[in-house]
Design a protein around this ligand. Structure first.
Ligand SMILES: Cc1cc2nc3c(=O)[nH]c(=O)nc-3n(C[C@H](O)[C@H](O)[C@H](O)COP(=O)(O)O)c2cc1C
Length: 324
């Protein structure tokens, strides 16, 4: 069954790694989760188990690929299927220099035909959905034209699902971080694309901070994709199933216990605590005990031999505060 795109957590390098996705899955059964971007070259030549391995609990999970060589992307997509991914997504939005020199990411907004060839090759190679994440344009492009051209060129090859980060990337002069905040958002353009092309599944991304905002976007488009807000305040995901999927709200304590069990299993297999804890740091932001929780984890989790006790103790700071 193809995954639902109503609510997803965006691909984020160094952030949406496997531990992060397991934590998010403990909080929401239905949100679609994206990996960090992995380049097609890395998939073909790198340590696949490390780059692509994930916990089956993470389903539904989409692999985001970077690249612009149709044959390599096709092969990387086949490998993604072997690993069990539910979708492959092509990155047409990342603005970093490293990515530009490799001729992929956001600079591909200038080469819609090449993107079309890439997704056509990927679709020919696999039967899971092939989707595209893009910007509305780059530099001096007219977004009204660049976004429609990119989407229409890909749609002609049969791609029907597009996640649009609703701002341009300015490839000259802005850092990747600035490129997530400085170019203005244009949600209206994304809404219009959906109205004009109702048969396509259009997801809006960029600057969505609350589930209320997400709900409002869903009156205009098919899906919302949240990046930083979901990572920095993962507890919001506990409401997602009830609000967007007709399911039940997740009990936050049960979700965190579920993740703590995952941490314990990973530790028993030789993993280190610190990377497992990283996605939890924002969990209790704004709630009593949050600072103690964060400080305890930041101080103790990186130490050699740090065990599950560190997490349990940190959790006791927030839970005891609540009970008091
Ligand atoms: C730390 C970080 C890493 C990111 N890495 C990727 C990436 O690998 N691929 C991608 O398409 N976008 C990446 N992005 C962009 C996000 O997917 C998203 O488009 C952007 O943050 C805007 O959404 P937001 O305002 O909800 O965060 C990254 C964003 C952040 C903050």
């Amino acid at each position: 069954m193809h995954p639902s795109h109503t609510f997803s957590v965006a691909p984020m390098m160094d952030w949406t790694d496997s531990p992060c996705r397991v934590l998010h899955r403990c909080l929401s059964r239905h949100a679609l989760l994206y990996t960090e971007m992995v380049t097609a070259d890395a998939v073909l030549h790198g340590d696949r188990a490390r780059l692509l391995g994930f916990d089956t609990f993470e389903h539904p999970v989409a692999l985001q690929l970077g690249g612009s060589d149709p044959a390599k992307l096709a092969e990387a997509s086949r490998i993604a299927v072997d690993f069990g991914y539910d979708e492959v997504n092509l990155n047409v939005g990342c603005p970093s220099d490293r990515v530009q020199s490799g001729r992929f990411g956001a600079c591909l907004m200038r080469e819609p035909e090449l993107v079309g060839e890439c997704v056509a090759a990927m679709r020919a190679a696999v039967s899971i959905p092939v989707t595209v994440k893009c910007r509305i344009g780059v530099d001096d492009q007219d977004p009204e034209e660049s976004l429609r051209r990119l989407i229409d060129t890909c749609a002609q090859t049969g791609v029907s699902i597009f996640a649009v980060h609703a701002r341009k990337a300015w490839l000259e002069g802005l850092s990747p971080k600035e490129n997530r905040d400085v170019p203005p958002l244009d949600y209206g353009l994304v809404y219009r694309i959906k109205r004009e092309r109702p048969h396509l599944t259009i997801l809006v991304n960029g600057g969505i901070e609350t589930l209320e905002q997400a709900q409002e976007h869903l009156t205009h488009v098919d899906g919302v994709m949240l990046g930083r807000a979901a990572y920095q305040n993962p507890m919001m995901l506990a409401e997602v199933d009830a609000r967007f999927f007709g399911g039940e709200a997740t009990d936050p304590d049960a979700a965190i216990d579920c993740y703590a069990e995952h941490v314990e299993r990973q530790l028993s297999q030789g993993a280190r605590l610190h990377p497992l804890i990283k996605p939890m740091l924002g969990l209790y932001t704004g709630r009593p005990g949050a600072r103690l929780f964060r400080r305890h984890l930041s101080e103790h989790a990186p130490r050699d031999g740090a065990g599950i006790g560190v997490l349990r103790e940190a959790l006791s700071f927030v839970r005891e505060r609540r009970a008091a």
